[in-house]
Design a protein around this ligand. Structure first.
Ligand code: NAD
Ligand code: DAU
Length: 356
């Protein structure tokens, strides 16, 4: 296949492209705007492979999209391009509306126009795979409940509302035009190459440099964590075996309170990086409770039985093994870390955490 991956310089997109180049024979075109979250260094291990191609563009740019579709002739589009950080969406939602909603619209339209001109056989096998989040379902207050594919949408933040909108557009393009779409809604990912504004990489890097570990509110909020390579295998399984028009929930069967996640990171660092910055006795001493995130979702938990029963996917990594690999990766890759901590990153950290 020729696979057009959007957002391939991001955290999950780069893991997906590394998988596609290392474990399949497909041609891959990475279309990425290279926002603050896009980093081509995450693709340096496969960048010279002749099956990998890169094009810098915005998914909102329908002219660029038409050119790319014409030249690359994709058999599948996997849309990961998005603004993804909830706290940034609370600070200013404009980019989220632009990329996640208007950008998805332009990508759908470009795909539809291209798809309608394909031969009957190619039209049947074409796939538009939209990668979405469990946050579209809002949160679960009752500990016995899980998100299924039938759970009604009830997004809480500007980010999740923009992702919910994009999911609705994708479904409408299936129902109205017959565009062969597939939708996946995944829980929180973690792993190497994760931009250090999200909880897990932020905590690892702050701890390693003796900075405080900010916990929003009481730290009791629950997320369902999935190792990024497990997500990537799920995406490829859905792309190649999933049924068009369907959505699949992807999750790690791994619910953790935020405070427990950060405690575990501290404990792993005690073993993996025992030599601490001057003045630090125990990594756990760096934990500090800060003002809560407005509209903070309390609990996410995925029921992933559909993808397991219908497509045979289950996660391979346990939380301890995945988190150990992740912590080791950040310790062993100081150059990647240093290069990502640019002026833009520093400005964000100052704006978001200026009181600690
Ligand atoms: P990320 O923020 O790490 O990367 C996003 C990528 O999209 C970046 O490379 C960025 O440059 C690119 N991009 C942003 N706007 C663009 C535009 N207008 N045109 C082209 N490229 C653009 O994101 P991620 O964590 O890798 O998430 C990828 C997708 O998976 C997103 O759709 C997200 O909603 C979804 N998702 C993420 C998680 C998670 O835990 N990270 C969980 C479930 C679903
Ligand atoms: O559930 C899937 C979603 O997971 C994805 O759709 C999003 O793109 C991704 O960013 C992630 O969203 P979260 O808001 O859950 O991730 P984040 O790492 O920002 O926060 C995880 C939890 O940790 C959340 O309850 C907020 C809390 N938190 C976060 C930060 C950055 C803290 O307590 N302190 C922090 O400094």
């Amino acid at each position: 296949m020729n696979i057009l991956v959007t957002g391939g310089a991001g955290f999950i997109g780069s893991a997906l492209i590394r998988f596609l180049i290392e474990h399949t024979n497909h041609q891959v075109l990475n279309l990425d705007k290279l926002t603050y979250a896009g980093n081509l260094e995450s693709l340096s291990s496969i960048a010279r492979n002749p099956r990998y191609h890169f094009y810098q563009a915005d998914i909102i740019d329908s002219y660029a999209l038409a050119k790319i579709f014409d030249n690359f002739q994709p058999d599948a589009v996997m849309n990961l391009a998005a603004e993804t950080h909830v706290d940034r969406s609370i600070n200013g939602a404009s980019n989220f509306i632009q990329t996640n909603i208007i950008g998805t619209f332009h990508l759908l339209e470009s795909s539809r126009i291209y798809w309608q001109k394909l031969s009957k056989e190619k039209r049947l096998s074409f796939r538009f795979h939209h990668i979405s989040t469990d946050e579209v379902f809002g949160d679960l207050k009752d500990s016995s409940l899980f998100f299924t594919e039938m759970t009604p949408y009830a997004p809480s933040s500007p980010y999740s509302a923009s992702k919910a909108s994009s999911d609705h557009l994708v479904r409408a393009w299936y129902r109205t035009y017959g565009l062969p779409i597939i939708l996946t809604n995944c829980s929180n990912n973690y792993g190497p190459y994760h931009f250090p504004e999200k909880l897990i990489p932020l905590s690892i890097l702050n701890a390693l440099s003796g900075k405080l570990l900010p916990i929003y509110g009481n730290g009791e909020q629950i997320r369902d964590w999935l190792y990024v390579d497990d997500h990537v295998r799920a995406l490829y399984t859905v792309l190649t075996k999933g049924k068009t028009g369907e959505s699949y929930n992807i999750g790690g069967h791994n619910e953790q309170r935020n405070i427990d996640v950060v405690n575990l990171i501290c404990d792993l660092l005690e073993k993996l990086a025992p030599k601490k910055p001057i003045g630090i006795n125990k990594y756990r001493d760096l934990i500090t409770y800060v003002k809560d995130r407005p509209g903070h979702d309390i609990r996410y938990a995925i029921d992933a039985s559909k993808i397991k029963n219908e497509l045979g996917w289950v996660p391979k990594e346990s939380f301890t093994s995945g988190l150990t690999k992740t912590v080791k990766w950040y310790i062993e890759n100081p150059v990647w870390v240093e290069n990502i901590q640019t002026g833009e990153y520093k400005n964000w950290i100052k704006k978001q955490y200026n009181n600690i």
